[in-house]
Design a protein around this ligand. Sequence first.
Ligand code: PLP
Length: 385
Amino acid sequence: MPDRVYLDNSATTQVARAVVDAMAPYFDVRYGNASSLHSFGQEARHAVEESRESMADSLGVRADEIVFTSGATEADNLAIVGAALARSGGGGHVIASKVEHDAVLRAVEWLQPMGFAVTLADVDGTGRVDPETVRAALRKDTFLVSIMAGNNEIGTLEPIAEIGRICRERGVLFHTDAVQALGKVDLPMDSVDLLAASAHKLHGPKGVGFLYARRGTRLVPLTHGGGHERGLRSGTENVPAIVGFAAALRLALAERDEVTARMWRLRRRIIDRVLRMPGTRLNGHPEDSLPHITNFSFAGIEGESLVMKLDEAGIAASTGSACSSPNLEPSHVLVAIGVPLSMAHGSLRISTGRDTTDADVERLLDVLPRVVGELRAMSPFKVGE
Ligand SMILES: Cc1ncc(COP(=O)(O)O)c(C=O)c1O
């Protein structure tokens, strides 16, 4: 089906052709194990270290501060659980926000029965964490704060530079999940101790991510074995994926101004047109946002039905996080920003990528009013009543 339109780039992206080309030789020509001593191994090791250096360079950090992982879920877990287990006295207090991805929420939750206390900070109606809320929640035994850079469901950017500064003043580690923000907005690496990222959200391959861990940050590894990644993540390096991640980040940064300007233009057009439809609301911040994610609620309909109807019309979008799509509970993010339950069920996330065109967005905007109208006609709830 060549005429399908893909508007679910915050779930995952198409791997860019240049990235596929960069990866290809590491499957069938330079396929060595990066730990082997022979020339095959050395080629693979060289590719891993060159990728690490190129990524560290573009972030303005040191190469030995990058730990490659199987993705951001693992990187978030390594940051949170790894920092908790490294506490010499055991126990202590962690702060995260109510709008974090499950990779963070489930990790902090997992710590609770082990004697750690957790505070989930409230957000305002746009999904923003007030740095003063974090300051007020800090306790004597707080050792970690984890606040995402940009939200994966509604796009809202968090004031991570400010929150990071507050943590630094108080000697508390600051972790940020930068999965959706990497390659789209500047990341204040000076204010961050730990940062998780994933390749497949920026036109790289699935199954590879990294954790940036500032030098001197104490972490206990979660996997034990051959001592790869300076002992922090045992397991044979996924060389093609690491090479692909570095290529994807280089591409994203080289194209960033052009691609994000287009994303902003498309986002403004989508917002303008959708908000003209009756019974709609924008979820998230109109301006202080990632450029590629736009989330709406439609009164009187189910988001899942809307996604399926759009799919029949050849348009792929989402209700919110890909991970929670099969789960019919309203999104925790929409609940946290105070979307009324009736509207939280009718959410639609539209997320653009580097190849999204004006024509793709026009097609969505053509189809959407009809599909919403059909679903509302079948619904027992009437908009405006
Ligand atoms: C904000 C955020 N954090 C973490 C993840 C998990 O990343 P990965 O798929 O690399 O495990 C995602 C992906 O859905 C995400 O959007």
